[in-house]
Structure formats: C-alpha cells, structure tokens
Ligand binder design. Structure first.
Ligand code: TRP
Length: 331
C-alpha cells in the first residue's frame, strides 16, 4: 500500500477533463492506497492574492469531489489551510531551497510572463510549498500530469537534500503515480488544446452544468466546412469532437458518425446534437449529487472537519519529528 498525495487549486468548477484526467483514477485509488486529497488554497494566493470568493471556490471543489465519488471514509479529504503544519514544513524546506533552482523552474518562468506585475516570493517558492504538501505525509506516490513532473522532481531534490543535510533517512523519494493508458486526454470545444486550459467560456463542459448550458456550448463547438474526400484525415477541431463523443457516447453512435465522416455525408449539426444529448446523460448523476450535497451544510462541515483531523494527525507527527531532526528542543 502506497501513501498517495494530490492537490488541486480551487480555480473553478470541475470539468470533464478533470474527471477523465485524474478524478476517475483517484476514485479507484482510494480502495487500494492510503490517499490524501486536498484543496490547495494556499497555492491559489500565488496567482490571486486577494481572491474574490476563496471560501466559495474551496467549497465547490469539496462538494464536487464528493459528488464524483471520493469517499471521506476511505481517503483523507482536506483543505490545505486547515493543516498549517504544511506551512511550517514549507518554511523549513525553503531554508534549503536555492534561488537558482527555483528560478529555473518552467512554471515560474511561465508565471512571470503571465503576471509581470506580481512576481511574488510565493510564486518563486511554489515548488517548495508543493513539496511540503507531499512530504508532510511522507508520500511515496503522487498522481500528477506531465505539467507537474518538474515540481515532483524538485520535491525529490528537496527530500534527498533534507536527508543528506541532517544525515537521516527520513523522507521518501516520491514518484509519479503512473496511470498507464487510463489517462484519457479530453480536448476543449474551441478547436484546440485541452479542456479547461484555454480561456473563454464555452471551452469546457462542467460536471455541474445544466443541460441547456451543455447544449449551447456543444452547438457552438468549432468545426469546419466538412470533408471533401472519403477517409480524409480529420483536422484537430474535428478530431476533438470525435474524441469527446468517444468518451460519452455509445460505440455504435461513434461508429455511425465516423462512417458519415468517411463518406463525406456528415452533418456536424446532427453530430453535435447527439453529443450534447450524450453529455447531458453522462453528467446527470454528477449534477444531481452536486445539488444534493451542496444543500447539505451539515454534511460538508462534517467532511471538512474529519479531513482536517485525519490530515493533522499525520502532519503533526511529521512536524514533531522534523523539528527534532533539525535540532529544535523544548525549553
Ligand atoms: N501544483 C498542482 C497543480 O497545479 C497542485 C498541487 C499543489 C499538488 N500541491 C500538490 C499536486 C501536491 C500534487 C501534490 O495541479
């Protein structure tokens, strides 16, 4: 059994890309491993220092995690800021993190380009905070996508460095949790890239979306003027619509439209209507559970409290041991 940690920044509602990308795997992982899933609200301050609705965003993710099937009795579901031990470990790790390596981090370079007016120290030390999230539970596995691999590599660097500096074998070397083929890439609706990656309303289908919203977004999805030759290679935008259909529709439906495309008879309007309908059916159970859980304040508080307790128990032990290793003593 592995100890698994994963965090998500509370930047908005969960979409189909989140579901097929990671969430579905989290749900199966919780039966086999000791899992800690948290909402990274400290991290969100690196980009939004004065958030408009931090509480609402955190609450939404918590509700949607539960609605999607994360079970608070099987895994530890918590909010990062409920475990301030993470901030203390972050402080310790920062003492042994070097400016040079932090500045070289790709995500930092991207961020300073995106927000040149706010290149704060939190942005620079984002990888140290992420390392603290992982090492606070002495996790061995971290289910992350490609974009987080460098951060995980830095976590290993910090972990090894800590062990070396204090001559201990305390922190493990966390590895990426490999999903193999199960990781399905979900494209967005505006013709290119992953769902949720590009800005602009209409690119993503959210688990909480109402049928009418889904229909509108799918009908507006980018297509082209249609194939002119039989068995033509599909351009990206068209490939994307087919990929979406592949994950939510029945195989016969997909095959039907493939055939229509290959024989140049396809009517994208019809295909989109069908895709929207299948997405509505697919998301219905999520939509219903999100509504029910969202209305149950008592349950949400109970889950948050339980997660905080379980996470803190473990985090507290790590901090006590780390203090001792470094040399802090009680007077
Ligand atoms: N950086 C991650 C992301 O943007 C979120 C995150 C924060 C995380 N702390 C983590 C992921 C710890 C895994 C483990 O997606």
């Amino acid at each position: 059994m592995e100890t698994v940690v994963s965090g998500i920044r509370p930047t908005g509602k969960l979409h189909l890309g989140n579901y097929f990308g990671a969430l579905r795997n989290f749900i199966s992982m919780q039966n086999e491993h000791n899992c800690y899933f948290f909402i990274a609200d400290y991290h969100s301050l690196t980009t939004h220092p004065t958030p408009t609705d931090l509480y609402g965003n955190v609450r939404q993710i918590l509700v949607e995690y539960l609605a999607a099937g994360l079970d608070p009795d099987k895994s530890t579901l918590y909010i990062q800021s409920d475990v301030p031990e993470v901030a203390e470990l972050y402080l310790f790790l920062n003492m042994n993190a070097y400016i040079g390596e932090l500045e070289r981090c790709t995500s930092f370079k991207d961020k300073i380009r995106q927000q040149p007016q706010n290149v704060n120290a939190g942005l620079l030390t984002y990888p140290t905070l992420m390392a603290a999230d992982i090492l606070i539970h002495r996790a061995t596995k971290v289910p992350v996508g490609k974009d987080q691999e460098q951060h995980l590599e830095m976590t290993r660097q910090f972990s090894n460095r800590f062990n070396r500096m204090y001559k201990v074998n305390y922190f493990p070397e966390p590895q990426a949790f490999n999903f193999g083929n199960e990781l399905v890439k979900i494209p967005g609706l505006n013709g290119s890239g992953k769902m949720g990656k590009s800005e602009g309303e209409g690119n993503a289908i959210y688990l909480a979306d109402e049928p009418e919203a889904i229909r509108k977004k799918v009908m507006k999805a980018v297509t082209d003027s249609g194939p002119t030759e039989p068995n033509q290679t599909k351009p990206e935008a068209i490939q994307n619509i087919f990929q979406l259909m592949k994950v939510v529709s029945a195989t016969e439906t997909l095959n039907f439209f493939e055939e229509q495309y290959n024989t140049c008879q396809i009517r994208y309007g019809d295909m989109k209507k069908q895709l929207a309908q299948d997405m509505i059916v697919f998301t219905e159970p999520f939509r219903e559970k999100i509504k029910a859980i969202s209305a149950d304040e008592t349950y949400i508080s109970k889950v948050a409290r339980m997660g905080k307790e379980k996470a803190q128990e473990n985090a507290n032990k790590t901090i006590r041991e780390v203090r001792e290793i470094i040399g802090f003593k009680k007077f």
